[in-house]
Design a protein around this ligand. Structure first.
Ligand code: SAH
Length: 447
């Protein structure tokens, strides 16, 4: 973080002061605190912000007490270098995913803690939210929109800082003091490498640039260039039927985004995509510099041919071409070629396997191939009632052998992880329904 931990660092900012100090700094642990001292009177005098009318609200508001876009401004000044991922003396450490915890003293989030989770969980964090009463002395007033939030994840420091820089103002979309044209550029820069694939990128951009529809549209257009989804690719797809049913929410894109975000957060470099099909995920993986070796495997030779065409393998520039291997194989049989990878993804594949043969697949993947991380996604059967075009009791795809409820998937995943020495956590993918849950369920297994 480019700061001497023994000293107090104070910065003068337009809205007040920011102080950086270290509450602990040992070989094992280090805690850096960023304290914002917001001066609401100074704000009004300087005529910053969007004060409607000359009400008391200008002077009496929550701005000095919650984390808002002021935090991002302060972070940009205090931790600017760390946010770029550069380190003078310890580049290797800056490049590594390390266990980090961020404690956000108070955020205002009128949309509720669901939003806090939706924003941070797809990026690989575990999220704890503690909601505060409006006033401790008057419990009958109920809960306020304020939360203390703790995020934990194994990520690069620069990633954590950039996530906070963009997402804290997004939580608190109500009040923004600094919207300008260059915000789009800032958003894209700080969102580089993760925002384009975030399942809620639209909501993030819109809330980051509130009441600025034109700017939000520009930002989204640029993000989808980065994303580069090929609309034709969807139409031809083998799993056309499934795609159609899930289409209204563009679930497959959200799924890819979530998988890539979790993969990235694990720091994986060499990655297997098992049952890669026609290569939707491979395309996203190829765009990420952090993945140095990518192997797609599928039992269907035809799917691999299509993947190869879609990815334009023949015409791919040498370096990129070297990164990617497509191999023909089955998850039912032990395969030496699968050993020694950092991570494996199995996206919407297990439901294509015959239930009695799942045990074989489990041993092939978790025992023989034994990657450090395994990401499995599968439909959440409880959500099927929400698909208008899907008749009751039917599966989303005619080749599905089963579709599991959340409990069924979690029971299976729990048994598998216990048996092969993994731990597992679960993430919802797609818009969550209060009763039915999210349309796709994801299990992230770690050694
Ligand atoms: N992961 C891709 C494709 C999902 S469709 C995506 O999300 O778009 C399921 C894929 O699993 C199909 O391509 C199918 O050929 C493959 N598959 C089914 N049984 C398999 C097996 N035993 N071994 C490897 N792949 C298998």
């Amino acid at each position: 973080m480019h700061k001497n931990p023994a000293r107090l660092h104070t910065l003068e900012l337009s809205f007040g002061k920011a102080h950086v100090f270290y509450t602990e700094a040992s070989e094992e642990r280090c805690t850096a605190a960023l304290l914002l001292d917001v001066d609401p009177v100074g704000l009004v005098r300087g005529k910053r912000g969007s004060h409607e009318g000359g009400t008391l609200d200008q002077y009496v508001n929550d701005r000095p007490y919650v984390l808002s876009s002021f935090l991002s401004v302060a972070m940009g000044r205090a931790f600017g270098t760390a946010m770029t991922g550069r380190s003078k003396g310890r580049q290797e450490l800056a490049d590594s995913a390390i266990p980090l915890t961020a404690t956000l003293a108070v955020v205002a989030c009128r949309a509720g803690d669901g939003l806090i989770r939706e924003l941070f969980e797809p990026l690989g964090y575990s999220v704890k939210c503690e909601r505060h009463p409006l006033d401790e002395k008057f419990p009958e007033w109920g809960e306020g929109p304020y939360y203390s939030v703790t995020l934990e994840g194994t990520v690069q420091l620069s990633n954590l800082l950039n996530h906070l820089y963009v997402l804290v103002p997004v939580l608190d979309a109500e009040k923004h003091y600094w919207i300008g044209k260059d915000e789009v550029e800032k958003l894209l820069r700080k969102g580089e490498g993760w925002l384009a694939t975030h399942p809620h990128k639209e909501a993030i951009v819109k809330r980051y640039l509130p009441r600025q529809r034109q700017l939000a549209r520009e930002a989204l257009a640029q993000l989808s260039d980065e994303d580069n989804p090929d609309p034709d690719a969807v139409a031809e797809n083998n799993s056309e039927q499934e795609t159609k049913i899930e289409e209204p929410i563009r679930l497959w894109q959200q799924r890819m985004g979530a998988v890539v975000a979790v993969l990235r957060s694990t720091g994986a470099k060499r990655v297997l995509d098992l049952g890669c099909g026609e290569g939707k995920l491979l395309r996203e993986l190829l765009e990420e510099k952090s993945f140095t070796e990518i192997v797609g495997m599928d039992v269907s030779y035809r799917s691999l041919e299509i993947a190869s065409q879609r990815l334009k393998l023949e015409r791919m520039p040498g370096k990129l071409r070297e990164k990617l291997k497509l191999i023909h194989g089955s998850l039912m049989y032990r395969d030496k070629r699968l050993a020694g990878y950092d991570a494996a993804t199995v996206v919407e594949v297990i439901e294509h396997l015959d239930a009695p043969r799942l045990a074989a697949f489990e041993r092939v993947l978790f025992e023989a191939a034994h990657p450090k991380t395994v990401i499995v996604t599968t439909p959440n059967a409880e959500y099927n009632v929400k698909f208008e075009t899907l008749p009751a009791g039917k599966f989303r795809h005619k080749d599905h052998r089963f579709e599991w409820t959340r409990k069924e998937f979690q029971d299976w995943a729990g048994r598998v992880s216990a048996r092969f020495g993994y731990t597992v956590r679960f993430l919802p993918v797609g818009e969550e329904d209060a009763q039915a849950g999210a349309p796709t369920q994801m299990g992230v297994f770690s050694l």
